[in-house]
Design a binder for this molecule. Structure first.
Ligand SMILES: [Cu+2]
Length: 663
């Protein structure tokens, strides 16, 4: 069973235990003693099952259970034990007919167990990892406060009963004065603890984490504004000049449907930017009418930091009427894309994206084979108004491809959710992932590929005599059809049951360029939902280590460091993780090491319950965004900065603070 399923199961058992403890309390309050006893036994059993599910989760990683082990379960365990000890004897006596089983202490203790069970789950959903003293104090205070309130409600009823029964009256009076004492002192303790917990929550926090490496040094500062691209192409290269103007436009799709888009140059996707390795790419970005501003971020392309297009961090957003010139050498071969990084959850979704493809020089492909006449299609996949649009075409696209032609499909996911890709009708290779060629990729067929948000796959095959279908999200009516001249009927056999290719075991291993065992810094990013400050406002946001942007501490690295990340997904949603400026080498997923080709990715899907270990070498100085590429998640807080020691920014330094405003 996957960790994600264990997380869901644990939530369900937790809900069940809350229900059982409340039911036991209600039955007891109604003096349904037999029912109350049965439900109490059930509540104890469910609580024990909960210990089991938490133990199973603990085996998957401490991050998944910390608040449960340190707070939720001890709190519930203590309250449950109290309930059994206080309420149990009277209820057993009642079964033997000596008593009605009802007592103030019994009722309050059973409800307290119910409050403790509820508080545990609330802490899991609102706070998660890491548990803080502040959270623990507040949670325990609330449970105690609820217990005291319950006593206040229940006790008068008991006093009336005591007054009515003359024989037991003196005992009842003593009990009443004891309860008053508990009420006043308990109340004082609870208020103090809750106050302390709340105060602790507002303590200032560190602004950087160092991952076990040295802290900030006193080295001379360099500004990201000075970390700009080369002014000239490599020998033999040319300058590729483009002007991209961001503007609103009505764009007609292949089916004739019009969409109201935000575009570069009135096109969706924007103009395709291509280059040969060593060329200089120079793009003048202008903004006609996109209020709030736009930028160009070169997704997966390791440009100098000043060209990275992050507003408020590497530049200011380009407002209507303004412009910004990006310039960088196309040294990196492969399939990439560009998009706005300002309010990107809106801008990219509406169409502010395009493709960037760099091919090798000297007629040599990166895999060493001489280039032959081949069919290359660059296929950004984007969703507009619920329908998948591939390279600007919705519905099904037919494309001729003479049998025998080498074909390379460059797939790019420009959405915020993953797409399932199936290539039906031919064996093929996944030649490259995120622009980087794989080592000895084997031929596969009848498999599904999961393309993460922001990710790219290059699929390679030789065109057979029969049609080939590219199927996206198992939609057998849409997608792309390649045919040898005569379009077929376009029908494809059902692809939905095909197994998913695991890239961690695909291709042949090769030496890593650096020793990942001896990393200089280790960072752990635990992804979840929770209550956090996001862009200065409290929100139920998408969090990293319990915090939201821009309150997540920066990760500090020094040039040359080998850096390891563990990315842990505690939530029930997929998070496509994206570090700017550096590809990361995938080391393992859920402790299963990567055994295939070295797998370099810039966007990898961390699914619910998964833990990914990745590494990279800090060779590109700057301040870089490190974020979830589900862009609404990033907007809801799931982004932070990776900061090189000695690099500063004059642009405000808090990308995204203006993102939530204005639209
Ligand atoms: Cu996410």
């Amino acid at each position: 069973m996957t960790t994600g399923l264990w997380i869901i199961l644990d939530h369900l058992v937790a809900l069940l235990s809350i229900a059982a403890w409340f039911a036991a309390g209600v039955a007891l309050a109604l003096r349904r003693t037999r029912l109350a006893t049965a439900v109490l036994v059930a509540a104890v059993l469910v609580t024990l099952v909960r210990v089991g599910t938490v133990a199973m989760l603990a085996g998957r990683g401490w991050w998944f259970v910390q608040e449960k082990v340190l707070l939720g379960l001890p709190m519930l365990g203590a309250a449950a034990a109290g309930a059994v000890l206080v309420a149990g004897p009277r209820m057993l006596a009642a079964r033997r007919g000596h008593d009605d089983g009802w007592s103030v202490g019994g009722l309050v203790s059973v409800f307290t167990a119910a409050y403790a069970a509820l508080a545990g789950l609330v802490v899991t959903f609102l706070v998660g990892y890491p548990l803080t003293l502040s959270t623990a104090l507040i949670a325990i205070s609330l449970v105690c406060a609820a217990a005291l309130l319950t006593m206040r409600v229940v006790a008068p009823a008991a006093e009336e009963a005591a007054d009515a029964g003359v024989a037991r009256a003196p005992e009842g009076r003593r009990a009443v004065s004891r309860r008053r004492f508990i009420g006043w002192t308990g109340g004082a303790v609870v208020v103090t603890a809750a106050g302390a917990g709340t105060g602790l929550a507002f303590l200032p926090t560190r602004s950087v984490t160092v991952g076990g490496g040295p802290g900030r040094s006193s080295r001379a500062a360099v500004s990201v504004a000075d970390l700009r691209g080369s002014g000239s192409p490599a020998p033999g290269g040319t300058v590729r000049r483009h002007v991209l103007t961001a503007k609103k436009a009505t764009v007609r799709l292949a089916s004739g449907r019009d969409i109201e888009a935000w575009t570069y140059n009135g096109e969706v996707p924007g103009p395709a930017i291509t280059a040969i390795q060593g060329d200089l790419i120079e793009v003048r970005l202008r903004n006609d009418d996109i209020d709030g501003g736009v930028t160009l971020h070169w997704h997966g392309y390791d440009v100098p930091c000043g060209e990275d297009g992050v507003p408020g961090l590497t530049q200011m957003a380009v407002e209507p009427g303004d412009e910004f010139v990006y310039r960088f050498r196309a040294d990196q071969v492969g399939t990439y894309w560009y998009h706005t990084h300002h309010a990107s959850h809106i801008g990219v979704h509406k169409g502010l994206y395009g493709t960037l493809v760099v091919t090798p020089r000297h007629g040599q492909r990166a895999d060493g084979h001489a280039a032959v006449e081949q069919l290359e299609l660059t296929l950004p996949v984007h969703t507009f108004d619920g329908s998948v649009v591939i390279a600007g075409s919705d519905g099904r696209t037919e494309h001729p491809a003479p049998p025998g032609t080498p074909v390379r499909l460059r797939l790019i996911n420009t959405d915020s959710d993953p797409h399932r890709i199936v290539l039906a009708g031919t064996p093929f290779q996944v030649a490259a992932v995120d622009g980087r060629d794989l080592n000895q990729p084997g031929e596969v067929s009848d498999v599904g590929l999961r393309l993460p948000a922001g990710g790219r796959y290059d699929l390679k095959f030789r065109m057979p005599n029969t049609p080939v279908a590219l199927v996206v999200d198992d939609d057998h009516d849409g997608g792309l059809r390649l045919h040898g001249g005569v379009p077929g009927d376009g029908r494809v056999k059902d692809t939905s049951a095909l197994p998913e290719l695991d890239l961690l075991g695909y291709g042949a291993p090769d030496a890593a360029p650096f020793d990942t065992r001896d990393a200089d810094r280790h960072f752990t990013l635990v992804l979840d939902r929770g209550l956090a400050m996001v862009n200065g406002r409290p929100a139920y946001g998408q969090t990293v280590n319990g915090r939201g942007h821009p309150s997540i501490p920066d990760q500090l690295v020094a040039e040359g460091d080998i850096v390891r990340f563990a990315i842990v997904n505690r939530s029930l949603e997929t998070h496509p993780w994206h570090l700017h400026g550096h590809p990361v080498l995938i080391l393992s997923r859920d402790e299963t090491p990567s055994t295939g080709s070295p797998l370099w990715m810039d966007t990898f899907d961390v699914r619910p319950g998964e833990t990914w270990e990745v590494a990279f070498q800090a060779t590109n100085p700057g301040i870089w965004m490190n974020h979830c590429h589900n862009l609404p998640h990033a907007e809801q807080g799931m982004m932070l900065r990776l900061r090189y020691d000695g690099v500063t920014t004059p642009f405000g330094g808090a990308h995204g603070e203006s993102q939530g405003h204005g639209h």
